[in-house]
Every structure is written in structure tokens, then in C-alpha cells.
Write a protein that binds this ligand. Sequence first.
Ligand code: IDP
Ligand code: MG
Length: 143
Amino acid sequence: MEKTLILIKPDAVIRGLNGAIIDRFEKAGLKLVALKMLQLSKEMAGRHYAVHAGKPFFAGLIEYITSAPIVALVFEGDKAVELARKTMGATDPAKAGKGTIRGDFGENIERNSVHGSDSPENAGIEIKLFFSGFEQMDYQLKK
Ligand code: IDP
Ligand code: MG
């Protein structure tokens, strides 16, 4: 079954939105299989956002993502990556639909409340950055 990495970003953690955000993914039908709270070092933030190195917003993004704790989550489900991205909405909260996480909670294009992997391949790479195999649970959701 497909997995995706989700991060609840500092803007949402410091506003007490963890439960509300996890609820959106669970209501979308995704199964939570791993979670932890941590505060990223600049080094780890740089690794997670390596594809954006050199972009004008990179330095600000690293500053922001390391500014407070984040909550890292792994969700599993059929087409988990695509389903999670749909649940999150567009990168810019101003363009994200009502009822999406970013549309409802995001503050601006940087402080947009959540990260989600953009492909199954990248999900595999990102999950390994945050979780060992032992930290990912295997269970059946009761229907
Ligand atoms: P995504 O999170 O929807 O996949 P990406 O383009 O991969 O969007 O960008 C990664 C993160 O970098 C965004 O979620 C946001 O926090 C930040 N970001 C993206 N574009 C901008 C921008 O133009 N200004 C400031 N921050 C940005
Ligand atoms: Mg991205």
C-alpha cells in the first residue's frame, strides 16, 4: 500500500492545529502509521528541502521550518500521495480551495501549515529521512 510523508509545519503547531489537521487526513480515508514531534536542525531542513536550494525563498523557508517544532506523520492508503495533496490544497493558501487544509488554515505561501510528498518515489525518500521501519506501524483500520 502507498505511503506519504506529511509534516505539520511550525505555523500550525504553534496555533494548536495538530488535531484538526490529522483529522482532515483521517476523514479523507488515510491511515496514520507513524508520528513524532521534533524540531528540525538547519542541516536536516536543508536535506528535506534540497530541491529548493538556490531559490529566492530557500533561506526564509529554512528559517521558518526550523523556528518551532513540527509534527511528522506517515499516512498509508490507496493513492496516498495524491489523496493527501488533494486534502492539503494548493501551495498558496490564497489559491487553495475552501475545505482544504491550506485553504482553511494556511497563513501565506510560505506559512502554509503542511508539507506532503509530491510523488510515491519522493515519499519513500522523505519517509526514510524521518522514520525507521520500526517506527511505522502495521495494522488494519476497523471499518
Ligand atoms: P509544496 O509544499 O506544495 O510541494 P513546493 O513548491 O515544493 O510546494 O515548496 C515547498 C515549500 O516552500 C512550500 O510548501 C512553502 O512553504 C515554501 N514556498 C514555496 N513557494 C514559495 C514562495 O514563492 N515564497 C515563499 N515560500 C514558498
Ligand atoms: Mg513540494
